[in-house]
Design a protein around this ligand. Sequence first.
Ligand code: UD1
Ligand code: CA
Length: 433
Amino acid sequence: MKPNLSIIILAAGKGTRMKSQTAKILHSLCGKPMIAHIIEESLKLSDDISVVVAHQSEDVIEYVNSQFKNIKFITQDLENFPGTGGALKNVTCSSKKVLVLNGDMPLVKAEELEKFLGFESDIVMSIFNLEEPTGYGRVKIENGDVQYIVEQKDASDEELQIQSVNAGIYCFTQEILETFIPLLSNNNAQHEYYLTDVVALAKDSGKKISPLEVSQESFKGVNSKKDLSDCEVIMLDRIKTHWMAQGVKMELPSTIYIEKDVVFEDECVVEQGVKITGKTHIKASHVKAHSIVEDSFVSHSDVGPLAHLRPNSNITSTHIGNFVEVKKSTLKGVKAGHLSYIGDSIVDEGTNIGAGVITCNYDGKKKYQTIIGKNVFVGSDSQLIAPINIEDDVIVAAGSTLTKNVKEGSLVLTRAPLKVLEGYFYKFFGIKK
Ligand code: UD1
Ligand code: CA
């Protein structure tokens, strides 16, 4: 059962340091924007989730609504109430406990957030200790109780020495937010309404504030593209560690990229330099070096090296070799060993696709389908011009261009007669022989 909890995700900040046209929290790692990762973890704890938006809010709302149901949005009045405290100005909560998260912390896991709920305190706030705390709010703790948080820009020389920093995630009681958010002022170096000032106000009123030490790795915030790529490395490592524990063999895992929604089943091998994206499902298969598999299903097959399965490829008991590109095609019991393009096709058992075979699925305006039956031998360097249906037991001679359907049991070829002019080479270059 989910606890009685409201979750608010702060996502209104501008993200200037990303140097990007795209809203900060829409930048992706492991195939999904930061905001999607944090919403997915939040949904494990609560169905009452609000996202505070302002900068590029249309883009953020459109994306979130395209992926999730029932997420609420609160628009921050950035002009009059800037800052993390201003972000909570218009918020009303339905639950007694309110978890406040940041949209730019994509590595936080639900089980870590759950720890905030295990206290009988008015505020639980995340801290970690840093030898080099520059940039973070410093947390003054006495006898295990938090006294206040001071931002870097407002800190005295003595406060700047404090190594306990505010990781930026909090659990408040509803009463704390209702009482103290309206009392915040912007009397500070940045002229912003700091959420962190709620801590000192609550302390002065005798409220209990507990520090919760959290992992620096999981609570890493993204402010720049370097941070984004550092977080992606950590997330990739988690994904790969998980699948290796489930029995997937990975060669040189540091060179492998696997997105979060990829699923492996039974014993699989993934070689170096492989990229697997989207909702790909790989079962009892071997993906060889430097192949790319996107949003596809691969079962009892081997793919690569250097092959490309584009979205909606459905490959069963099939061999896909080097420089073969497959798109939106279903192949069952097929061999396509080298240098082919197979698009918008259905290819059946026992069929061999020779080197250099191309399904010509596009006429410049529309895409068409190619259907190839069982036991067909498609000779090298043939072009199959779609729409086309090649029935079972057909031989297509090398170098043919097929423009119409082929009946079961046929040999089909298009070939200009071979001409040989003996001695022509020597004549052409004027060589005496
Ligand atoms: C904040 C904390 C700081 C802490 C740090 C941890 C404050 C005043 N300071 O600083 O103590 O060490 O996080 O990472 O809270 N946001 C809004 N509206 C705004 C401003 C920010 O929604 O007006 C959102 C941002 O989109 C972001 C989050 O709040 O998701 C944090 O904002 P950011 O500017 O990164 O906070 P810091 O200055 O790093
Ligand atoms: Ca700031």
